[in-house]
Design a protein. Structure first.
Length: 193
């Protein structure tokens, strides 16, 4: 079917906070966390810097490039800043303020797919898709659940970003799948080559 998300696709992820004004998932600056590569926040543009808001979808289970992504699959998200911005990763605890509202882990990128067991693995769940054949499509709204410790939490925006260049909201994981105002909703957009 047309518009299916496939392994190897390059995408932008737009956050649903405040009627889709939450920004685009983005690498921005360094991270103080051990083993991290870049900090992760959102930015107003999916192209704040070359590749900073572009993520390649890879299979954890070894699905071939071009195979469709199915709701419930385990995926890696590889950032394309400078050709290799690292893998989306949970690393260290959420901030004290974020923990007041269910925050679990800070999110950054790491050089390898799994810095720790499951830290770079995300289960992708589409809210719905048309047709309802279980495939995920460009334009779908998804939740991304990290499997670190069998329950790493849902990817969300939470608080203002401290990134120095164009950061909008900080990104962490949360125990609640949508604690407030669609903060854990992410819309898939196909990146332009």
């Amino acid at each position: 079917m047309a518009n299916e998300l496939k392994y190897g696709d390059q995408i932008h992820l737009q956050n649903g906070y405040n009627a889709w004004q939450g920004g685009y998932l983005d690498t921005n600056g360094g991270s103080p966390n051990t083993g991290a590569k870049y900090g992760v926040s959102t930015a107003d543009s999916p192209t704040r810097g070359e590749g900073t808001g572009t993520w390649e979808v890879l299979s954890v289970s070894g699905q071939a490039t071009g195979a469709p992504v199915v709701s419930g699959d385990l995926i890696y998200l590889r950032n394309l800043f400078s050709g290799d911005g690292g893998y989306l990763d949970t690393n260290s605890g959420a901030s004290a303020e974020q923990r007041k509202y269910g925050g679990k882990y800070d999110v950054c990128t790491s050089p390898g797919r799994d810095r720790g067991e499951g830290t770079g693995r995300w289960r992708i769940f589409a809210q719905t898709s048309s047709p309802g054949d279980q495939n995920v499509r460009v334009g779908d709204t998804v939740h991304l659940w990290n499997v670190y410790g069998d329950n790493g939490g849902f990817l969300e925006t939470n608080g203002a970003s401290t990134a120095t260049t164009g950061g909008k909201y900080d990104v962490c994981t949360n125990a609640y799948f949508n604690r407030s105002s669609d903060v854990a909703d992410w819309k898939i957009h196909k990146a332009q080559p």
